[in-house]
Design a protein around this ligand. Structure first.
Ligand SMILES: NC(=O)CC[C@H](N)C(=O)O
Length: 194
């Protein structure tokens, strides 16, 4: 199983290590041609405007849209990566994005006072809670009819799936728990979107 991590900016190294621990071959994606032969792509947390601008400049967004359209690539956006995947970003209508998930993702939704926090999240499909780290995190404030909600923090939606696309508000790569990376590898290895 060969997957990539978008390595333009942000916390991609931790994702790479975790995916490798699960036995995947992991490529750092910096150009469209690096997507060749990949079944999945993880888009890390970081600064979503920077990631969006660089991905557009290098033509990576176009290439990812094409591969997702063919059904041959799964994508998981974490934190800034989730913002990049979203169709709507309230208050930032001009921000460059992939725009493939029918969700609205509000940047820095939890306010300045609580810049960062951690929580034991109940995740649909996991038998025990997942320790989630939120860092200047976004919240998913609207989901379309094809989007399944997998976890919430209070009222806020923080983990969703739409076919071969997955988005999380939090940073799943910062703890030793690799269950969500395992779920993503399962999604990427399944040729049929469910
Ligand atoms: N940890 C993160 O990825 C934070 C995302 C950042 N607040 C943004 O809007 O881009």
């Amino acid at each position: 199983m060969k997957v990539g991590v978008l390595a333009l900016q942000g916390a991609f190294r931790e994702h790479k290590q975790m995916l490798e621990r699960l036995g995947a071959e992991v490529v750092e994606v910096r150009k469209p041609e690096h997507l060749e032969g990949l079944q999945g792509l993880v888009v890390p947390g970081g600064e979503s405007t920077t990631i969006g601008k660089l991905a557009r400049e290098y033509g990576i967004d176009e290439a990812v849209r094409r591969r997702v359209g063919e059904g041959s690539l799964a994508v998981w956006g974490t934190c800034a990566g989730a913002i990049w995947l979203a169709k709507e970003i309230p208050r930032y209508p001009e921000q460059p994005r992939l725009g493939l998930m029918d969700i609205s993702v509000e940047r820095n939704a939890f306010g300045r006072q609580v810049d960062s926090f951690e929580e034991e999240l109940q995740v649909k499909g996991l038998d025990r809670p997942f320790h989630a780290v939120f860092i200047r995190a976004p919240a998913i404030v609207r989901v379309g009819p094809d989007v399944e909600v997998l976890a919430r923090h209070g009222e806020a939606i923080v983990l969703v799936r739409q076919g071969k696309l997955l988005a999380s508000s939090f940073h799943p790569e910062l703890t030793g728990d690799s269950r969500l990376h395992g779920l993503f590898l399962d999604m990427a290895s399944n040729p049929v979107a469910t």
